[in-house]
Design a protein around this ligand. Structure first.
Ligand code: SF4
Length: 179
């Protein structure tokens, strides 16, 4: 198993970066600039971006270059995804992006320590490498990929163990809201 790549970064391996609409979750439909970082050790069997797994096969871009690319578009928010973006220390990246007036969003499995300053954290935990507990209390949004019954059972257990939606009036398949 690879260790976290936590270190101060001047440049980061990028598999792809592009301007689009956020297609999922709370911010669905908003203009966003996606940056898909290389590197992932979570190993989801159904992963549709396996090309992202190897960190070294992707070109490295400076933070300044990435900000310039975003600034050519109308995007006000940047979505850092992967791969597993938290395999990298993202303190410097998020500081520079926020200084440039951009909102910083991340999509992560939570399997590595959280770094960076985030306006929005989308946690997408995977049963192949469980999320670290601290991020469970910091995430703004939870996204669980359900591929089979086993995934659903695992997700239900996670909800029961960790999430306490105090004001939620919904009832997720028998999971009663916390009171
Ligand atoms: S965490 Fe994401 S990139 Fe990594 S294996 Fe799972 S689906 Fe693929």
């Amino acid at each position: 198993m690879k260790e976290s790549l936590q270190h101060t970064t001047i440049s980061l391996p990028v598999m792809e970066h592009f301007y689009t609409l956020q297609g999922e979750g709370y911010h669905q439909g908003r203009a966003a600039y996606f940056i898909r970082l290389g590197g992932c050790d979570v190993g989801c069997v159904w992963c549709d971006v396996k090309d992202s797994w190897e960190t070294d096969k992707h070109p490295k871009y400076s933070i300044e270059y990435l900000i310039n690319q975003v600034k050519k578009t109308s995007a006000e928010m940047v979505v850092i995804t992967g791969g597993e973006p938290l395999m990298h220390n993202l303190d410097e990246l998020t500081e520079e992006f926020q200084t440039a007036g951009l909102k910083t969003h991340i999509e992560t499995s939570g399997a590595h320590p959280l770094s960076g300053q985030w306006d929005w954290i989308c946690l997408s935990p995977k049963k192949f490498k469980a999320p670290l507990k601290p991020i469970l209390h910091l995430a703004h949004e939870l996204k669980v990929v359900i591929f089979n019954q086993s995934d659903f059972d695992w997700a239900k257990n996670m909800l029961l163990l960790f999430l306490q939606p105090a004001n939620c009036t919904c009832n997720l398949n028998g999971i009663k809201p916390h009171k």
